[in-house]
Design a protein around this ligand. Structure first.
Ligand code: SF4
Length: 428
């Protein structure tokens, strides 16, 4: 089972390598020594992560050569239909701007966000899918995520692992994390692993550094999602081999932020997100959709702030009200609003990689497919060992809690094939 197609290095320009996938070119950061033109490599998240033996690469490419072009054709067909005549007035004018590849204004995004009629929304999703296809082709990246600790010093009002909530806590040992990662690589072919936890200070700078160094030996992209830590810690972890970081700002509205995240401010969080980018991390950021008191303008401001932070990956999840948290009675956001947000983000930021989060899958089983057809192009598969998965209860009734990793992967492969997506790196 393989989650990434190997590519051939066809050009090297300083620290950028140009990779070829069956005639398609992608630029990635050259982050390894001794890489030369004509080498075969794996890349993830726009970073070259491992050189591959030529014989191994050619064997994998041989299994993909016909399928790759079949998938491309399926993707192109699915990205063709759009019935612009179903739009009128201002929305039609915005659609014309998208077709002319013009920059959309805040007013344009508000017009799109005001669409409610299912027929109009289906045009928006189709157009977003076309933009995704035009910019990224059928590339889709699939990363694995290991939730290694549900301890958290934070107390965010919407979160099911906040420190005030009485839940069974767990913390994987370094040996368990390494064994889970090795299994993900050896059995399932993953090339990028997200390490996620609450803000668990048991895993201090030294322990994290030790862990990152050990994982680095495995030739994968190490993606951190460990919350607020000193900039110096993030620098040390980068030096140890971590290359990507996920940190959402959650809302661009400072008043709502302060209400929901005690003892911290939006400014502090944004400063850290900008520092992560400066250090050199591939950045994933975004926000929660549907926080109480947010207005349509807040949602559009959230998209614009995401754009301004210039992440390599956009991550938007719906708020899912969770038992025993202060937001238990907040209204559940609709799947349509999440899809609409993904589609607006896609047309506003054609180059972005947009993630389908498991929170969206929790709202609806069909949502993953719908999101991939509304502009999204990245996914994560939960690799957390089954005994811990239900305990990482950031919200209620999480999707895939009961599914084996193998079954989840099989389902994802089938979905990608149905939609004509190929697991090559999405590039920079
Ligand atoms: S959102 Fe993050 S920091 Fe806040 S309580 Fe949850 S895990 Fe902790």
């Amino acid at each position: 089972m393989c989650y990434a197609i190997p590519a051939k290095v066809v050009e090297i320009k300083k620290n950028i390598a140009v990779l070829d996938y069956f005639g398609e070119r992608r630029n990635v950061v050259l982050d390894l020594p001794d890489i030369h033109i004509d080498d075969y490599v794996f890349a993830q998240g726009g970073i070259l992560v491992r050189k591959v033996d030529e014989k191994e690469a050619l064997a994998v490419l041989d299994t993909w050569k016909d399928l790759f072009f079949e998938l491309k054709e399926i993707d192109q067909q699915l990205a063709q239909s759009s019935h612009a005549e179903k739009l009128s007035g201002n929305a039609l004018a915005v659609l014309q701007k998208i077709n002319l590849k013009q920059t959309l204004t805040k007013e344009d995004l508000l017009i799109l966000n005001a669409l409610q009629n299912p027929q109009e929304l289906s045009v928006l999703y189709d157009v977003a899918n076309q933009v995704r296809q035009r910019v990224h082709g059928n590339a889709s990246c699939v990363h694995g995520i290991i939730e290694f600790s549900n301890y958290c010093r934070g107390d965010c009002f919407y979160c099911g692992i906040r420190r005030e909530r009485s839940i069974e806590r767990y913390r994987m040992t370094e040996a368990e994390i390494l064994a889970t990662t090795k299994q993900a690589i050896d059995e399932y072919g993953f090339k990028a692993i997200v390490l996620q936890s609450g803000e668990d200070l048991y895993y201090d700078e030294d322990k994290l550094e030790h862990l990152v160094k050990a994982l680095r030996q495995l030739g994968i992209l190490i993606f951190l999602s460990i919350g607020v830590r000193p900039v110096a810690t993030y620098k040390k972890l980068y030096a140890a081999g971590a290359r990507a970081a996920l940190m959402r700002f959650e809302t661009s509205n400072p008043v709502i932020f302060n209400e929901l995240r005690p003892n911290t401010t939006l400014d502090e969080r944004l400063t850290l997100i900008r520092e992560l980018k400066k250090i050199g991390y591939v950045l994933a950021t975004g926000f929660l959709i549907g926080l109480p008191h947010e207005q349509p303008e807040d949602l559009v401001n959230n998209i614009l702030l995401t754009q301004e932070l210039a992440p390599e990956m956009y991550s938007f999840g719906p708020l899912i009200p969770t038992q025993d948290t202060p937001l238990v009675h907040a209204p559940t956001i609709s799947v349509e609003q999440v899809l609409k947000t993904i589609a607006i983000a896609r047309v506003a930021s054609p180059d972005a990689n947009i993630l389908v989060t498991t929170a969206l899958e929790t709202l609806s089983l069909e949502a993953k497919r719908q999101a991939l057809l509304a502009g999204a192009n990245s996914m994560m598969i939960n690799l957390t060992p089954r005994q811990y998965r239900p305990l990482y209860s950031i919200y209620d009734h999480r999707a895939c809690n009961d599914q084996t990793v193998a079954a989840n992967i099989q389902e994802t492969i089938q979905l990608l094939r149905d939609l004509g997506r190929a697991p090559m790196d999405v590039g920079l």
